[in-house]
Structure formats: structure tokens, C-alpha cells
Design a protein around this ligand. Sequence first.
Ligand SMILES: *Cc1c(COP(=O)(O)O)cnc(C)c1O
Length: 366
Amino acid sequence: MKNNIPFLDLKSINALHRAELIQAFERVLDSGRYILGEELNLFEKSFASYCETKHCAGVSNGLDALHLILRSFGIGAGDEVIVPSNTYIATWLAVTYAGAVPVPVEPLESSYNISPALIESAITPRTKAIIAVHLYGQPADMDAIMAIANRYNLKVIEDAAQAHGALYKGRKVGGLGHAAGFSFYPGKNLGALGDAGAITSNDDLLIEKVRMLLNYGSKVKYYNDVQGFNCRLDELQAALLGVKLPHLDIETQLRCRIAQQYTQGLQGLPLHLPIVAEGTSPVWHLYVLRSEKRDELQSKLAELGIVTLIHYPIAPHQQSAYKTFNQLSFPIAEKIHHQVLSLPLSPTMSQSDVNQVIAAVRACVV
Ligand SMILES: *Cc1c(COP(=O)(O)O)cnc(C)c1O
């Protein structure tokens, strides 16, 4: 019997942890402390240790994480920040939110991540930072990016929203640049039951500034040193994330197994399958393939009950939100946006679900 295969089955993922999540909820409920308490401290310590970084600061979401990092590095009006032309729009929004200008650089077609060879020609005297996105869970080429940044004295910020636990040359993302932003949006590999995010870094001063900015610009209650924000991660989400973090590596292994089976099962078709860059261990937030007949493939798969998504249908520079960029041309990003298709990928998929997806793609590709 054929099932419908959902894209991501969050209900079944969270059901695995039901008893522990309810326990955590009751603990927070009964504690009487709902903001900036022990649950947050504990989660920050665990996540810093997981990312092999000195510090972690919990924040409200991934966009705020990137925004606060930029602000804390003193980046704002008059500054430029290099971003990938191919990314989720939040990477760009963080830059404009801080008052700076995003300067797009094209990705490599092999990894979909920013092309280090193209960064240097985008640097101007106003450039202050590079945001390297580990898109779809594949680490960007951080050694090459750091080498350029060091030469020009630029900050490197990792957008690790899709890459919790990914390895680059044996090192965890989150500690490879000067600071990193994570998202715990429910659909991310480590997902809260609502919005949540974190900043990781080895930089004491940066984290001190971040902690001040995320809490109204105040170190001591009712004394405000700077005009800050309210970007706190609340106790409840921190407690729920603390339940899920110890299970993340197992869920990542399940994602890797599914990705491996997709790659084996889909050989020999007129498709571009994901390529894993040497020295990296991706965490398969998404399994993204490319087809010249993407839309046709997607609708045929839908007829067979296979839900696929497009990450993403419109490049940031072509969005109405960025009208001043609409006339610019980033052909690699545009091509990627026209061709990508993400297959279902849940750590809770059964073997028969995986087989069904592979069979359906084989049947639908022309
Ligand atoms: C999800 C995501 C973000 C934003 O995270 P939110 O928690 O939704 O604000 C930023 N960058 C990338 C690449 C993302 O996938």
C-alpha cells in the first residue's frame, strides 16, 4: 500500500520525546521563573559544549541571532557585509536590519555555498564582515573564507541555522568563524516548539555585548548602557531544547542514512544530486537535487503522494523586499533557484517510505 509521504513529520519527531518534554514543561511551570533563569543557563552550557565553543547565548530566533552579532561587532549604517546570493532571505534581512548593505557573492554550483574565489573582488573599503551560510546543512569552505577575512581584517559570521552539528575538517560549525547564529525554528534539525535561536562564539567581548543588547541594552536591571532589544530565549523553550539536544546526533545519523540511500538509489538519472565537499560531514537539513524540468518533476511526484518543497523559489535579489537589487544579475543563484527540489527528509521516515520516494523519483524523471 502506498502512503502519502509528508515533507517533514514534526509531530512524529517530537512524539519521540513526549514524556521528557512534558516533564520539562511541568518543571518550568512549577519553577515560577520564566525568563533568564536556570533552564537557559543549562541549555547555553550544553549547546556551547556541543558546538565546541567557549560561549553560547540563547536568543529569540535565528534572524535576531545574526542581527545581534552584527550590531555587537559595531556593524551598521555605511558598512557593507558580504552575503551569498543564494541563501534564505533571513541572511540578508539581518544585514539590512542592522542598517548595513548586503553585497551578494555567487555560490559554487557544487556545494550551493558562497564561492571563496569570488569574495575578494566584492571587498571594498566599507566591507566589515562576511556571512558564510552552511546551506542545506553542508559546511561552507571556512578555511578559504577565513584566510581572505584575515587578510582584510573582516569578521566572519557563520549562519549555521541549517547546520547544527555539521563538521568541517573534523571541527563543529559554530566555532569556525568569529561568531555564529543558529535557529531552533521547529523545522530545523534541532527544533524548539516555537521560535528560538542561539549565538555561539569564542570571543568574550562579543558575547558580553550580545547579552547586553538582547536584554534591553542592560547589564544591571533598570540601568541601560545602550539602546538594546528584547531578543531573549525563554525558559520554556530552553528547557524543551535541553530535552532534544542529547538526541540530535542520533537524528542526524538517521538523516545521513536517508541521504545516502537517496544518492545511491537515484544514480544514473538526468538529475544533479548533492555533492559532499571533501573534508565535510553535512547534517542533511535538506536533501536538495536539481532538475532542468523541476516543476514537471514536482507535480508528478505530488500525484504519487510525495510532498517536495523548493528551497528557495526566488533569490533574495529578485524579491520585492529588495527592489534596489532587482536589476542586478546573479546567474548562478538564479539557475539554482529555478532548478532545486528538496525531497522528503525526516529522521522518523521508515525504510519503505525512503524506498517509495526513490521509486517515485525514478518513475517521474524523464
Ligand atoms: C531559518 C534560517 C534563518 C532564520 O532563522 P529563524 O529562527 O527563522 O529566524 C536564517 N538563516 C537561514 C539559512 C535559515 O535557514
